[in-house]
Design a protein around this ligand. Sequence first.
Ligand code: NAD
Ligand code: UFG
Length: 349
Amino acid sequence: MKSTVLNILLTGGSGYIGSHTAVALTDAGHRIFIFDNYCNSSAETIHKIQAITAQPITVVRGDIRDTALLQQTLETHQIDAVIHFAGLKAVGESAVIPLDYYANNVQGTISLLQAMQAASHAPRALVFSSSATVYGDPQYLPIDEAHPTHATNPYGRTKLHIEEILADLARSDASWQIACLRYFNPVGAHASGLIGENPNGLPNNLMPFVAQVAIGKLKQLKVFGDDYDTPDGTGVRDYIHVLDLAEGHLAALNYLGSHAGMHTFNLGTGRGYSVLEMIRAFEAASGRTVPFTIAPRRPGDIASCYASTALASKALKWNASRDLKAMCESSWKFQQNVMQSVPSTTEQA
Ligand code: NAD
Ligand code: UFG
């Protein structure tokens, strides 16, 4: 990477984390290009990003498995760095259609790497969206980057395979600059309330489910288990504000400017909250009640998971700064906007 203002391609940039990162990078003065096939997002998000940043964004609609289109995009826009968000991410679905997950996530990543390798100006800086899911059931807490990895589902295995491919690539050619970011639990939304997490159908994850119960779209939350070995018996996770996460990508890109090779970082807060604590925080932020029942444990869930943030703090000089209140308030504001723009339907939880 040569210049201070970078041309950055975001695969999957129209999605939840990509859209917030697009805003953070634009705010930092970089030029953003988005490559997305909208399989889990829409062009509407692009308009919202542009409304927030007041900057035009170039979008290429395409599948990351289209290597030729990716190469053409990299060359046409003289892309300096790629942040690779594009992928399928539903754990349960990945056990039902594993081949789709391997094709989209693993084959898609290989296609991207081949396009970067073939591009005439040879961009070599890559930030990859990995996940804390690669740690499996934690052997110790907080989880640092040296913790053994173990995937418990096909989605997690795609992340592990990709991490291994990236490590092999970096070993084979010292010019690659790769940051592998293991996200903990991203939640919240941009303060404008324009962009956020709006999953199709019934949400898999806690925060969007809680938000939809609070607004009355869903009747009640099921708390999956209250007999874990945690202070109140419910699962504990490291929830991180998506804007902190977005800024972590900026920090990683800056780091890559002076560090070749492959580097792996946790992006979390280092603090865990239980499901019951999340419900209470959301109730306080929204002024609404979140009815819930205790349900059996969800298969594959773990008791507690939170990050050691020491490495990211030291190397990237990045720390999450937004608190749980900010996470819940922004998520609530976004949820209210979504309900205003879409006719409401009531589903049974
Ligand atoms: P998202 O589904 O909102 O965004 C992913 C984007 O990628 C979508 O816009 C989708 O249309 C696009 N996409 C998917 N496959 C594509 C393909 N083949 N070609 C082009 N575009 C494609 O998901 P997100 O929450 O923003 O997650 C982004 C990345 O972070 C994913 O790789 C995910 O696995 C990873 N991650 C997410 C979480 C989380 O809890 N949200 C946690 C850890 C890691
Ligand atoms: N939970 C409920 N009810 C729900 C949904 C979730 O009680 O309706 C509980 C879960 O049992 C867990 C906690 O809320 O204790 C968080 O669950 P999420 O589904 O929101 O998040 P997970 O930690 O299970 O997994 C998420 C992503 C994974 C990713 C992981 C770490 O779904 O893909 O964070 O980044 F790998």
